[in-house]
Design a binder for this molecule. Sequence first.
Ligand code: HEC
Length: 333
Amino acid sequence: MAKSSDIDQLSGRRLLQQKLYLPCLTLGSVVILAVIFMPFIGQVGMANPKTAQTIGLWVHFLGGLHPVFLHLPIGALTLVLVMEFLRCLSRGKYKPQTTIGLFFTAVTGVLALIFGYCLYLTGDFEGELIEEHKRDGIIFTVFVILTFLVKYTTDLHPNKKKWKALYVFLLLASGGAMIGAGHHGGEITHGNPLDSLPSKILAARKSHTLDENLVIYTELIHPILEEKCISCHGSKKKKSGLRMDTYRHMLAGGDEGECLVPGDLKKSGLITTLHLPLDDDLRMPPQDKPQLTNDEIKLLEWWVKAGAPETSTLGEIERSAEIDKALESTLGN
Ligand code: HEC
């Protein structure tokens, strides 16, 4: 008894499947064509919510549904892939019904695509990444509809090996297209997840504070002088005949003596004036002006001692852990 009702059910299902086949095939083909022609309907920014009339506002509203729907085809197709993988593993003993899953993937895929296109028309997102994502989304949707139609055909002709092979190929292609579309889409809103790998963050941190390509004079020394010295020793004010706004002027020195003697801390007025008592007339910067920090003094001394190179980079000059610390705190600010 149980067996014959099973058979009844099976053939009932088969009948229904046969009945719906042609409508599905027709509808699927029409949708594929529509999807391919969709990008020619309008341009990015067309439905800008700030300037758009009622229809544009509806487009804007529908665009907001894209993030709600886009995960449905991803989840459904992933489940189908897992089921088919298990079918392989069990060597055909496990026979999953994936057709309905593919139907669901195709329908939600089309919806996600339409809403995504609405979002595109608002112009809230623009650029190369968006264009790529739009293209990937269309490819994915077409592949998924084709996969469904081919699987449907395979169900009705279970003995045709060619259809089965085509189904496997399209399913894998859909999976690939899904990864492409999903990756670009995620990059648009969340950035590249691989950028958050601990190793990448640590490397970025290191190179952020201490960029070995930093030119010491122009990017480290000059900015310190600019902030604390050049207001009095520049092209406008030249106290004591001394200019420090260019490397040449520093070498030329002032009325009373040398400013910069590469390699010699004791002869360089740039350094000696920093260590004079606060009430000394030659103490620099003068008592009532913003003073150098200890780290800044250390860095100036390190640079002069190393021969005051004009073009060398950080990576080219030897430095102690103490200098690294001073560099980190000075460049960090
Ligand atoms: C508020 C203005 C002012 C600032 C800021 C200033 N100076 Fe001076 N600087 C002077 C004056 C004024 C003299 C002349 C002092 C004197 O002869 O009594 C002078 C003289 C000098 C001299 C001697 C120049 C010579 O005649 O040979 C050196 C070297 C010098 N300053 C370096 C510096 C350095 C390095 C800084 C920044 C850390 C600095 N100054 C910031 C006003 C300033």
